[in-house]
Design a protein around this ligand. Structure first.
Ligand code: SDX
Length: 418
């Protein structure tokens, strides 16, 4: 594809064009300021590519999501989270030997240093688990300092993946005043997490198969999503050559926001509020459309998906089956379905191409599994960990990599004397 032409202030410039492996077209403005003196302006970066990446492909118009070329529908149906971690981070599916070694490493490194337990004691009982996770992940850098030449980076990737689920489960146990349950080497990644969450010392707890499978699915669906807010944060922080743990804890902070990963907690709270208000969901759809009300339909809308979020489709399809297998019914699921039905028939949502996103149904499943609402975004973070790591690694291995440092258009006071 030929260059783009720009006419600015009577001058004509040519800008090279980059075409991706799926035909996406990007106007390369690397030299724009040097050549024209002008910069671009794109608040929220809705039209700006920060990088070229080979990890995840999304086609928002067609509702397509692929990890390293594999469709999310196939990975969700037959994948195991640990092999998807390997795929995202190292680029290809592992051989049986590579998978065994990777699993062994993740199992072997799942304990946290006993001294780290003291950090939990410093948090108030009602501390939000995202505050705990963010602090504990960044504190890993004090136990496993990154060497200047990046040596041991692979081991820190293993440590982070292995210890994050232990930290998450320990933070839950601390919040309910129960003793910590230590990782077990004989359980799968999702199974071990559920065991650490729900086992108690007094009795044997066998992780129900349906819970292990459901968590495996949820972790896979959340594993990566190209340059979303938290992943861009991880890349931004990592671009200064800050260590892996500091970069990931910055991503956890970004994910916490209710417009991003914090939405899954807000969806359940919204559905509960609607149920408490006589399940009058039409009233809330009306409020979501009213510019004067700051109420938004949480779990709806997406910057990239202007069609169904394929992850929401998969979770919606699974909800009925999982709830009946677990043996629970949840009136909030009926309200979610009614809400979706009404919204998708309403011009306001149709015109703005607002569909349910991954957060709309995920909370229903976490709830059915007995995971408390304030842990939902922690669950999102556990799923997104391999994606953040893969994107951080790709950014750090880019030989042309530069520190992320956007420009601005200044609109303040011009010079004046003090
Ligand atoms: C995630 O980026 C990713 O990939 C994120 C994620 C991932 O895997 O990493 O997919 C995970 O974060 C999913 C999104 C979770 N957030 C929510 O569910 C919160 C509710 N959704 C919105 O706040 C919003 O849709 C965003 C934040 C998701 C997207 O925001 P945008 O792209 O900046 O869109 P916008 O706010 O400019 O909205 C465009 C229009 C506006 O109306 P108008 O000004 O044009 O009249 O749509 C309206 C908005 O008011 N709108 C909504 C709405 N979302 C957008 N109106 C009511 N309810 C909503 N949920």
């Amino acid at each position: 594809m030929g260059p783009a032409k720009l006419i600015l202030d009577g001058n004509e410039y040519e800008l090279p064009v980059v075409v991706g492996s799926e035909g996406e077209v990007g106007i390369d403005i690397t030299k724009l300021r040097a050549v024209t003196g002008a910069i671009t302006l794109d608040p929220g970066y809705g039209n700006t590519g920060s990088c070229q990446s080979a990890i995840t492909f999304i086609n928002g118009e067609e509702g397509i999501l692929q990890y390293r070329g594999y469709p999310i529908e196939e990975l969700a149906a037959r994948g195991r989270f640990v092999e998807i971690c390997y795929l995202l981070i190292y680029g290809d599916m592992p051989s049986p030997q590579e998978l065994d070694e990777f699993r062994h490493q993740l199992t072997y490194h799942s304990l946290i240093h006993e001294d780290m337990k003291k950090f939990f004691e410093g948090f108030p009982p009602k501390a939000h688990p995202m505050a705990v996770l963010l602090s504990m992940i960044s504190s890993l850098s004090s136990y496993y300092p990154e060497s200047d030449n990046g040596e041991g980076e692979d081991l820190n990737i293993i440590r982070l993946l292995a210890k994050a689920k232990t930290i998450a489960a320990f933070s839950y146990k601390k919040s309910i005043g129960q003793p910590y349950i230590y990782p077990r080497n004989d359980l799968s990644y999702p199974g071990d997490f559920l065991h650490m969450m729900f086992a108690v010392p007094a009795e044997e707890y066998v992780v129900p198969e349906v819970l292990e499978q459901t968590l495996n699915l949820l972790l896979i669906l959340h594993a990566d999503h190209e340059q979303n807010c938290s992943t861009s944060t991880v890349r931004m922080v990592g671009s200064s050559q800050a260590n892996l743990f500091a970069s990931i804890s910055a991503g956890i902070g970004a994910l916490w926001g209710p417009l991003h990963g914090g939405a899954n907690q807000k969806v359940i709270q919204m559905l509960q509020m609607i149920q408490d208000d006589g399940a009058d969901y039409r009233k809330y759809v009306k409020m979501a459309k009213d510019k004067n009300s700051d109420f938004r339909l949480m779990g709806f809308g997406h910057r990239v998906y202007k069609n169904f979020d394929p992850r929401a489709k998969i979770l919606k399809a699974q909800s009925d089956k999982v709830l009946s297998q677990i043996g629970v019914t949840d009136p909030l699921l009926d309200i979610a379905r009614d809400l979706e039905q009404v919204a998708l028939e309403d011009d306001y949502f149709i015109d703005r191409k607002l569909y349910p996103n991954v957060d709309f149904y995920s909370g229903i499943l976490y709830r059915a599994m007995g995971i408390p609402t304030n842990m939902f975004t922690v669950m999102f973070a556990l799923g997104r960990l391999p994606g953040w790591i893969a994107q951080w690694k790709e950014m750090r291995e880019n030989p042309q990599g530069r520190i992320y440092r956007p420009r601005q258009i200044y609109t303040g006071e011009t010079q004046r004397s003090f």
